[in-house]
Design a protein around this ligand. Structure first.
Ligand code: V47
Ligand code: SF4
Length: 361
C-alpha cells in the first residue's frame, strides 16, 4: 500500500498500522506531535476502510435533556444551573411525554437522554422517565445516563451500584452515552471538574454497566487544558477497559466550546485538531468498532470531511441539542435524515441508517 506520509518520524508507526500491530503510547505521542495531517489521515482511513469499507452510519435519534440543575459546576459546562438560577429547568414526566408525542410520527429509533446531577429528584423519577419513554416508544432504544449520573443514582437508590443498574435496565435502559469521563486524568479533574467523580470511579462504574450487559460509548472532551500525553493516556485507559469488557461501541471526540463557561478565553478548536483527534481515535482505539464525528460539535462540513480521516458515523438527527449550543456551537440544532444522507453520499460514502447497536435499517 502506497501512502503519502511526509513525516519521516512516522515510518515505524506506519509499518505498525499496515501490519495491524497495536500502537503504544509513544506512537500516539509521535502522531499527535506530527503536523502530517494528510499522512495521519491516510493511516486512519486505511484502518477505517478495513473495518467498514464504504459504509458511513447515522441514526434517527431524539435528544432529551431532563434537567440542567447540577451540583457539580464543571468549569467547562455552559449547560448547568443551580436550582434557583434563571434558566434552571427540570422536565416533569408529563413534559417528557409531550416532547415524545410531538414527534411520534417520525421513525425515531433511539432516545438519547442525559441531564445534570439534580439533588431534588428521587430515584423513582428516573425509573418513571425510562418507563414512560418505553411506553410511548416501545421500539426505540433508550440510551441514557452517563456513568456520572449512574454513580449519583446509586447514591440515592438505596441499592448497591450493580442493583441500581439492574433496576434501570428493568425499567428500559438499554445503552449508556459516553459523556462524563472528559479526560481521564487526575490533574485535569482537579482543575476543571473536581466535584464530579474522578477517572477511577468512572472506569469502575462503566465496568459494572458492561457487566450488566449494557453497551456504552466513550468520549473525550479536548481543546481546553489537557496535554497531548493526557489525551494518549485517555485512549490507553479506554482501550485497556475495552480489552477486559468489550462493552464499548463507539468513541466520540468532543471539541470544547468555551462560550458562557468559566473558561471563556480558551479559543475554539481548529479544524486541524478536530480531524487529528478523529484520526488518533481510529488509530489508538483498535478495539473500538466505531468512531463518531459528532457534527454538533465540529459542524456538518467538517464532520463530513472526518469520514475520510477515520470516522465511520455521523451520529444522528438529534432534533434539539442543548449542551453544546449553550456553549456557543454554531451548527444546526438538528438535521434531517435526507441532509445527513446527502452529506455522506456527496463525500463518496455509502449512507447506512443504523439502530443504536449498528444493525442496519
Ligand atoms: O460529558 C459539556 C460535554 C458531554 C461542553 O454517547 C461539552 O453517543 C463541549 O456525552 N463544550 C455530554 N462539550 C455529551 C455526550 C455525548 C454527545 C454525543 C453523543 C454521545 C454518545 C454522547 O458533553 C459531557 C461533556 O464532555 N460537554 N460541556 C462544552 N462546553
Ligand atoms: Fe453537571 Fe454534566 Fe455540566 Fe458537569 S458537565 S456541570 S456534571 S451537567
Amino acid at each position: 500500500m502506497d501512502f503519502i506520509i511526509t513525516d519521516k518520524q512516522l515510518k515505524t508507526v506506519k509499518e505498525k498500522v499496515l501490519n495491524g500491530v497495536r500502537l503504544a503510547a509513544e506512537d500516539g505521542l509521535l502522531l499527535y506531535q506530527s503536523n502530517d495531517i494528510i499522512g495521519i489521515g491516510h493511516l486512519a482511513d486505511f484502518v477505517r476502510r478495513k473495518r467498514h469499507g464504504q459504509k458511513a452510519f447515522f441514526v434517527y435519534n431524539q435528544h432529551l435533556n431532563y434537567t440542567n440543575i447540577c451540583i457539580n459546576h464543571c468549569r467547562f459546562c455552559a449547560y448547568s444551573r443551580s436550582n434557583r438560577q434563571p434558566g434552571a429547568f427540570t422536565l416533569s414526566i408529563d413534559d417528557v411525554r409531550k416532547k415524545l408525542l410531538d414527534r411520534i410520527d417520525e421513525p425515531i429509533t433511539e432516545i438519547h437522554m442525559v441531564g445534570g446531577i439534580n439533588p431534588d429528584l428521587p430515584f423513582t423519577y428516573y425509573l418513571d422517565l425510562l418507563k414512560t419513554i418505553k411506553d410511548i416508544r416501545p421500539h426505540a432504544t433508550i440510551k441514557a445516563f452517563t456513568a456520572v449520573e449512574i454513580d449519583h443514582l446509586a447514591s440515592i437508590s438505596g441499592l448497591p451500584l450493580e442493583d441500581t443498574i439492574f433496576a434501570l435496565k428493568d425499567a428500559g435502559l438499554e445503552m449508556t452515552p459516553g459523556g462524563g469521563a472528559e479526560v481521564l486524568s487526575a490533574r485535569v479533574h482537579d482543575k476543571l471538574f473536581p466535584r464530579k467523580i474522578g477517572h477511577e470511579r468512572w472506569l469502575e462504574v462503566v465496568k459494572k454497566i458492561h457487566a450488566a450487559g449494557i453497551t456504552s460509548n466513550a468520549t473525550m472532551l479536548y481543546g481546553h487544558i489537557e496535554t497531548l500525553e493526557e489525551r494518549v493516556d485517555h485512549f490507553i485507559c479506554l482501550r485497556s477497559l475495552q480489552d477486559k469488557t468489550g462493552g464499548f461501541s463507539a468513541f466520540i471526540p468532543l471539541a470544547f466550546h468555551s462560550q458562557n463557561t468559566l473558561l471563556p478565553d480558551i479559543p475554539q478548536t481548529t479544524a486541524f485538531d478536530d480531524l487529528k483527534n478523529i484520526a488518533m481515535a481510529r488509530l489508538m482505539l483498535d478495539n473500538f468498532d466505531h468512531i463518531k464525528a459528532y457534527w454538533v460539535m465540529i459542524g456538518e462540513k467538517l464532520a463530513q470531511t472526518a469520514l475520510s480521516f477515520g470516522a465511520d458515523d455521523l451520529d444522528g438527527t438529534i432534533i434539539e441539542e442543548k449542551i453544546t449550543h449553550m456553549a456557543g456551537a454554531t451548527s444546526s440544532k438538528g438535521l434531517t435524515l435526507q441532509k445527513i444522507s446527502s452529506l455522506i453520499k456527496s463525500a463518496g460514502w455509502q449512507p447506512v441508517e443504523r439502530d443504536s447497536f449498528y444493525n442496519e435499517i
